[in-house]
Ligand binder design. Structure first.
Ligand code: ATP
Ligand code: PRP
Ligand code: NIO
Ligand code: MG
Length: 579
């Protein structure tokens, strides 16, 4: 029962409890590295969840005898979403689970034979049955990291055919996960760290996978709980909820409440007619001069609904108060039931507002709660929880902050999970090296030119501990060191460069699959990813984080890599002839 209602008083589950839940649901802190990685969360994530062209290219690579050439791909995005200057990286563990379990089953192969041209040789399909990721290496930034354009989030090395095959699936696993985690982080930043953020998006999400992914990655991005029960079970996310208008409007009179008795909270005796008690309290409120300015008569079917809900959840009572009239009916009815519960030793949780001016109603509601606290001498009544919902987004949160409000918790669905203001993140997967040879992809649009070579990435921190710049260097260049002066250059703009003397240098890539050392980085639990994300966001310079015209974070390459990019660019770009 406690799971059904929102236990606002226990706002945060203790970390230890979360850890327990998390490992029960398969997301423990450091899973045993000897264990094979489990399958992807969504069983639809399989070898065929890809674009047709990956398979036609696979055939052509195989036919050309290139399939085992060692390839290096970068997975990166070029522009931060939502007009911002930061992104939260998510989806890594699901990518590695996919890679770890990649296998074409017999029925997959049979289907592929029906869609590939009939000229494809049978031997290719025999070869496909042997495909797996045992020769693949995956290097990546830790999931939950704050990341920036052009710095690859992941580097995938392996036989060309196989590394290529990972493209579409990796992108679908990273793009939405990172987008929605970023959206959640942005909502958290505006709401402030003390507000409770509840993800209510399942009904509006892009299908079941959209809903499950949204719940998981919104939690990673800083939400506190979800209404999505399945996500709660799968990932150990706290599950919370109130009730809907249907519950309120399903009641027509008190006669519908047949079981009216309620034991006292401490046990012993019981109240035989709780319905009568709520009516009694409503009468007392009506008579109180301090409350007279607020209301006169209330809607009785609403009071019946609230009373019935309190009988079902006496220690977790909360009510949706906007079905008929917030201030004249919903709030006084809620208070009557809460005062009746209080008489029996229970503490109500609070209310949810789902329409109207949320600033005004929350302030008026708080004023009413305080008046009741004073009138009937019920300590804590003034602090009952006010939850607000109804098409909330970043802008509404910002507007509410500017106007002033008394909301403790926000329930956010549509705008959060559909990423209404930007529906996709543009991660791409680009070949940067083949058989030891660097490759570049040119474009008229300079932001689309890829940075060639197998690279290492570093975050350089300044004296104050804030991140100054992300730096890409060639694989074999010496690593930057604290205290050393390093030339950091914009990859494409000649005049943009800076010398940086970092106080701290953080190597950004870790090995999550394969690799010569045989040591694979563990996958922390979702609670730990969430903490990493919140800690990194908190450490960012605030001008990078603001919603309006944020300062771009510097992303640069070493002098050597800069020279090499431009050498290769000139080498590969044909010279036009004008006549
Ligand atoms: N004080 C406020 N400042 C800015 N936006 C607000 C404020 N209060 C509520 N909003 C937002 O204004 C919108 C109001 O929604 P809408 O116009 O659908 O009215 P409603 O209150 O839901 O009415 P109805 O009861 O008819 O559904 C919502 O998106 C809500 O988040
Ligand atoms: O507004 P969102 O951010 O998407 O949050 C979730 C919404 O879902 C629920 O009602 P629903 O929208 O289904 O019906 P209602 O608006 O008519 O109450 C809830 O009352 C919220 O309004
Ligand atoms: O529990 C709630 O209040 C809830 C859940 C989903 C959508 N809207 C509201
Ligand atoms: Mg709604």
């Amino acid at each position: 029962m406690a799971k059904v209602a929102m236990e606002m008083r226990e706002t945060e589950m203790k970390e230890a409890d979360m850890e327990k839940e998390s490992s029960r649901s398969g997301g423990g802190m450091c899973k045993d590295l000897e264990d094979p990685l489990g399958p992807p969360t969504n069983p639809m994530v399989s070898a065929l969840l890809t674009d047709m062209y990956q398979l036609t290219m696979a055939y052509a690579y195989w036919k050309a005898g290139k399939h085992n050439d060692r390839a290096v791909f970068d997975l990166l995005f070029r522009k931060n979403p939502f007009g911002g200057e930061y992104t939260v990286f998510a989806g890594l563990e699901e990518c590695v689970r996919f890679a770890a379990n990649l296998k074409f089953r017999d029925d997959d192969i049979e289907y592929l034979k029906t869609i590939m041209p009939s000229t494809c040789e049978d031997e290719f399909f025999v070869y496909l049955t042997t495909v797996d990721c045992s020769e693949v290496e995956i290097y990546a930034m830790p999931e939950g990291s704050v990341v920036f354009p052009r710095i690859p989030l992941m580097r995938i090395e392996g036989p060309l055919l196989i590394a290529q095959l990972l493209e579409t699936t990796f992108l679908t696993l990273v793009n939405y996960a990172s987008l929605v985690a970023t959206n959640a982080a942005r909502h958290r930043r505006v709401a402030g760290k003390d507000k409770m953020l509840l993800e209510f998006g399942l009904r509006r999400a892009q299908g079941p996978d959209g809903g499950i992914s949204a719940s998981k990655y919104c939690y990673l991005g800083g939400f506190d709980a979800t209404s999505n029960v399945d996500a709660g079970r799968r990932f150990g996310i706290p599950v919370r909820g109130t009730h809907s208008h249907a519950f309120v409007s399903s009641f027509m009179s008190f006669d519908e409440i047949t079981e009216r008795s309620l034991p006292y909270a401490k046990g012993g005796s019981k109240c035989e007619d709780f319905v009568h008690l709520t009516q009694l309290w409503l009468g007392r409120m009506q008579e109180a001069s301090s409350l007279r300015e607020f209301f006169h008569e209330t809607n009785h079917s609403e009071l019946a609904a609230f009373t019935s809900y309190a009988l079902a959840f006496p220690s977790a009572f909360q009510a949706l108060v906007d079905t008929y009239n917030v201030m004249r009916s919903g709030i006084p009815n809620f208070c009557a039931v809460a005062l009746a519960l209080n008489e029996l030793g229970y503490k109500a949780l609070g209310i949810r507002l789902d329409s109207g001016d949320l600033s005004y109603f929350s302030i008026e509601t708080r004023r009413f709660f305080r008046a009741v606290e004073k009138e009937f001498n019920v300590p804590g009544f003034g602090k009952l929880v006010i939850v607000a919902s109804n098409d909330i987004n970043e802008e509404t949160l910002d507007a509410l902050n500017k106007q002033g409000h008394e909301i403790d918790a926000f329930g956010i669905g549509t705008h959060l999970v559909t990423c209404f203001s930007q529906p996709a993140l543009g991660c791409v997967y680009k070949l940067v090296e083949i058989s030891g040879q660097p490759r570049i992809k040119l474009s008229e649009d300079v932001t689309k030119v890829t940075i060639p070579c197998k690279k290492q990435a570093f975050r350089l921190y300044g004296r104050e501990g804030v991140a100054l710049v992300d730096l890409l260097i060639g694989e074999n260049e010496p690593y930057p060191k604290p205290g050393e002066r390093i030339l950091c250059r914009h990859p494409f703009s000649e005049s943009k460069r800076a010398y940086v003397v970092p106080s701290r240098v953080e190597a950004l890539y870790k090995c999550y699959w394969g690799g010569k050392s045989g040591r694979r980085e563990p996958f922390p639990s979702l609670v730990h990813l969430r903490k990493r994300c919140l800690d990194q966001l908190a450490a960012m310079r605030t001008d990078h984080m603001r919603a309006l015209n944020p300062t771009p974070y510097k992303v640069s390459v070493s002098g050597k890599l800069y020279d090499f990019i431009h050498f290769l660019w000139l080498n590969e770009a044909p010279v036009v002839e004008l006549q």
